[in-house]
Design a protein around this ligand. Structure first.
Ligand code: XMP
Length: 513
């Protein structure tokens, strides 16, 4: 396996992605955790040093342990990773007075040739993406130069004897068009066969779960979303009835959702499942609450209480399973304690393990969303589950601005079902990241069948996104919107006006609260 040492670059995740696309298994670990002992235990076949925001001149600058260079394995250093390699191996780095490069640059080949660059330099120069202040001014003994750019004379360097490679630019980003080729060459030179598949991952993950859990019992909060579903099925495959799932029904789910989830897990997978029907508790506590943050915090707190109540009935539970994905891990590493403001208190089961004295099982920690979907397919999860749009933990509560009432929830559920049905019928579901209805806290006047109506207005929302961090509204045709509005008003009593939300994120957010 390949080890990526993360020095804090914003794009380290993309390195992992490029490698998985090459069917190479890799893990990213923050530099602070990579000690001599760690390296000895991990025994990487190759390493990549990521970029990062630091300068090697800074006090306490992030460094790999010296033993990394003595393991006899290939190393590829990127940007800060290159500078660190040169710094550690006897080269020189210079502060970037006037030679910083950000953005597009062109690298031209030197006379020397190296297999790392097979397939490169077709037309004599190649576009790359740079983002550096400092730069290497003297390469370390043993290294040669294979490519230069105006502000980075040592844009591509290598010590072929030791199989150390170091580049100043970022081959993992889209704006380095031949970057993937460079990774491909690197892993080939490092001897990887490219035989890592989801099937292999499944087997490895199952073995790891068995080793971690032993004879103990695991509990898993199931939301019906893709991540927790895949985690639960994988763990069930590993330990069978040592797993119990808890599905908390807070009364804020979509139409028929609870039945669908519970049936799927009980009937198809024979997984032990507690259906915690607690809607009275949640809806009672939310009565009269209209502030979005108070809603979120109330739901988060009750969720923990309820989960704890059911979990304490399961004897011998020592582990809590979570469907944490790789981007969640990285975000919490790079941003914990950071200066970002709270836009919304996202509800999850954070805080549970400490409170309950449980250890964590997180079998998806190394995967990206699309890889989790691939694993789900591998595990036989139906496509209808795998392709589901994300649904937030606080559920319909945050799609019901203002006070939440049972009446509004019922109307919202039915309107949402019609809207999603329309989207499916038009074959648009998979093109959309997420679509839902929000019921507005206003009633408006209408006329239906010669009579006056005074009913709720609603807003349709549909966005495209790759990660939920930024989003754009989906450009439905006017025909589609018109037809959907007519259907909702005709089929859902209580709504007489339909609007379409055309706000992107930012400045909007995807959910309304
Ligand atoms: P926003 O509204 O912040 O949403 O643009 C981004 C994505 O996150 C989902 N979301 C949540 N998911 N718990 C979750 O598990 C939450 O509290 C929560 N709030 C928002 C939202 O549906 C969208 O996919």
């Amino acid at each position: 396996r390949l080890l990526i040492i993360d020095f804090g670059s914003q794009v380290t995740q993309l390195i992992a992605r490029r490698l998985r696309e090459l069917n190479v298994y890799c893990e990213i670990h923050p530099y602070q955790n990579v000690t001599d002992d760690f390296l000895a235990e991990f025994a990487p076949r190759a390493m990549i040093f990521s970029g990062g925001p630091a300068s090697v001149f800074a006090e306490g600058a992030p460094m790999p342990p010296q033993s990394a260079f003595k393991m006899g394995v290939p190393i590829l250093g990127i940007c800060y990773g290159q500078q660190v390699m040169m710094h550690c191996l006897g080269g020189k780095v210079q502060r970037g007075h006037g030679t910083a490069e950000f953005g597009r640059a062109f690298v031209t080949p030197t006379d020397a040739r190296h297999p790392l660059l097979d397939g490169w330099f077709g037309e004599g120069r190649e576009q790359v993406w740079m983002s550096h202040g400092d730069h290497v001014s003297d390469i370390a003994p043993g290294f040669s130069v294979y490519g230069t750019s105006p502000n980075a004379p040592f844009a591509i360097t290598a010590d072929p004897a030791r199989q150390f490679y170091a580049v100043q630019f970022h081959p993992e980003v889209h704006h380095t068009p031949k970057g993937a080729k460079l990774y491909e060459n690197f892993v080939r030179l490092a001897g990887f066969k490219g035989d890592w598949t989801m099937g292999a991952y499944r087997e490895e993950a199952i073995a790891k779960i068995r080793a971690q859990v032993g004879d103990s019992h695991v509990i898993c909060g199931l939301s019906g979303g893709v991540d927790s579903s895949v985690a639960a099925i994988l763990i069930h495959e590993a330990i069978g009835d040592q797993l119990t799932c808890v599905f908390v029904d807070h009364g804020l789910l979509r139409l028929n959702e609870a039945e669908e989830v519970v049936t799927m897990f009980r009937d198809n997978y024979n997984i032990r499942l507690i259906h915690a029907e607690e809607s009275e508790l949640f809806l009672g506590a939310l009565e009269g609450v209209s502030d979005p943050e108070v809603k979120r915090k109330t739901i988060g707190r009750l969720f923990i209480d309820v989960f704890q109540k059911y979990a304490s009935q399961i004897e011998g539970a020592e582990f809590l399973a979570q469907g944490t994905l790789y981007p969640d891990v990285i975000e919490s590493v790079s941003f914990s304690g950071g200066p970002s403001v709270t836009i919304k208190s996202h509800h999850n089961v954070g805080g549970l393990p400490e409170k309950m004295g449980l250890k964590l099982v997180e079998p998806l920690r190394e995967l990206f969303k699309d890889e989790v979907r691939a694993l789900g397919r591998e595990l036989g999860l139906p496509q209808s589950f795998i392709g589901r749009h994300p649904f937030p933990g606080p559920g319909l509560a945050i799609r019901c601005p203002g006070e939440i009432t049972r009446e509004k929830l019922e109307i919202l559920r039915r309107a949402d079902a019609v809207y999603i049905d329309q989207i499916r019928k038009h074959g648009l579901y998979d093109e959309i990241w997420q679509a839902f209805v929000a019921i507005l806290p206003v009633k408006t006047v209408g006329v239906m069948g010669d009579g006056r109506t005074y009913d709720f207005a609603c807003a349709l929302r549909a966005v495209t996104s790759v990660d939920g961090m930024t989003a754009d509204y989906y450009p439905f045709s006017h025909d589609f919107l018109g037809e959907t509005a007519t259907r909702i008003i005709n089929e859902v009593q209580g709504i007489n006006r339909v609007t379409y939300d055309i706000t992107s994120k930012p400045p909007g957010t995807i959910e309304w609260e």
